[in-house]
Design a protein around this ligand. Structure first.
Ligand SMILES: CC(C)(COP(=O)(O)OP(=O)(O)OC[C@H]1O[C@@H](n2cnc3c(N)ncnc32)[C@H](O)[C@@H]1OP(=O)(O)O)[C@@H](O)C(=O)NCCC(=O)NCCS
Length: 302
């Protein structure tokens, strides 16, 4: 479809495979599959949920939110539901919102989902982007713990809107509403300056991790695992090298899924857990970065 090679893609990004949603499958369908698995693992019924947050930039439709569609499909009748738009950092932003509601006593069972169907938003004639993104969903059930030594310790969120232009879908909103021109110029598809994102990511992610450690009185060596958004293997390697964290401490799955945007953080956490990598008491540092730019970190005692 485009002038590229498997060699170029794997050398520059670490990606070997990507998943594409079935025809007719929509974002909320994928979100519900992930949500059911998370609910089963948490031993929680959909009816017991207080709140559903779906982090997505590729919802089923502009209105209403993906989260209310998920709520209806799950039968989570008590929950209020809304979407979070923070691109690839969306699940981290969602987790932070869940944490604040739980700490404030406003919610006890929160479902945080990252779900993206970006294959319908990439320009399949643009080799800069179409080789990177895959479709996926991941979900987490978040709740209070009586054990003060375990759970989410803090989240640290950041945004820099002055860098908004480096990763956009410019058409289809109030600035460039759908029109023949928007369609003919592919303005309804993802446009990206990959090199600028790369530089931005390796500049801001190490301080975000250090900020999380400082806030809780830990040092880099105390980290047992890094759970990172999977955008590009070289970004992760470079960030860990700057921090002085061995790469073996980071769960990598980019080679199988590509960049799955907001889905990548919950999927990585789940895979590391199911693989038996996370032991009770382990210190987990999470980091994510996405369009906006948006980025942040979280620290958790497993
Ligand atoms: C996209 C990315 C892999 C490109 O790697 P890079 O080393 O920065 O490469 P450049 O963008 O400088 O491009 C180098 C050349 O490769 C070409 N190229 C881009 N995509 C290509 C592809 N799929 N196949 C072959 N060549 C490609 C470019 O056109 C450019 O050619 P030119 O020099 O003739 O113009 C890298 O910048 C990246 O991963 N950035 C982060 C993107 C990201 O994570 N986005 C999501 C944020 S959450």
């Amino acid at each position: 479809m485009v002038a590229t090679t498997d060699q170029w893609i794997s050398d520059r990004t670490g990606i070997k495979q990507r998943r594409i949603a079935a025809e007719g499958e929509v974002t909320s369908d994928m979100a519900v599959v992930a949500a059911r698995q998370a609910l089963a693992m948490a031993g929680c019924r959909a009816e017991d949920l207080d709140m559903i947050i779906v982090a997505t930039v590729s919802a089923d439709m502009p209105l209403p939110s993906c989260a209310v569609l998920v709520q209806a499909k799950l039968g989570a009748v008590r929950a209020f539901a809304f979407d979070v738009s923070a691109a690839c950092a969306g699940s981290l932003f969602g987790l932070s919102i869940a944490d604040q509601f739980i700490r404030a006593g406003q919610a006890k069972r929160v479902l945080v989902i990252g779900a993206e169907l970006l294959s319908r938003l990439v320009d399949w004639t643009d080799r800069n982007t179409c080789v990177l993104f895959g479709d996926a969903a991941g979900a987490m059930v978040v709740g209070p713990t009586p054990d003060a030594k375990r759970g989410l310790m803090s989240t640290h969120l950041h945004s820099d809107g002055s860098a908004a232009g480096i990763l956009t879908i410019p058409g289809g909103g109030s600035q460039y509403p759908q029109s023949e021109e928007v369609l003919s110029k592919n303005m309804h598809k993802i446009a990206m300056n990959g090199r600028e994102i790369y530089k931005f990511a390796i500049r801001v992610l190490p301080p975000a991790i250090l900020e999380a450690l400082d806030a809780n009185g830990f040092r880099v060596d105390d980290i047992d695992h890094i759970v990172s958004h999977q955008a590009n293997a070289r970004i992760v390697e470079s960030v860990l090298e700057r921090l002085g964290v061995p790469l073996e401490k980071c769960w990598m799955n980019l080679e199988r899924y590509g960049n799955t945007s907001s889905a990548s953080l919950p999927i990585s956490l789940d895979e590391a857990n199911r693989a038996g990598r996370l032991k009770e008491g382990d210190l987990i540092a999470m980091m994510a970065i996405g369009a906006g730019m948006t980025w942040g970190s979280a620290l958790m005692r497993w």
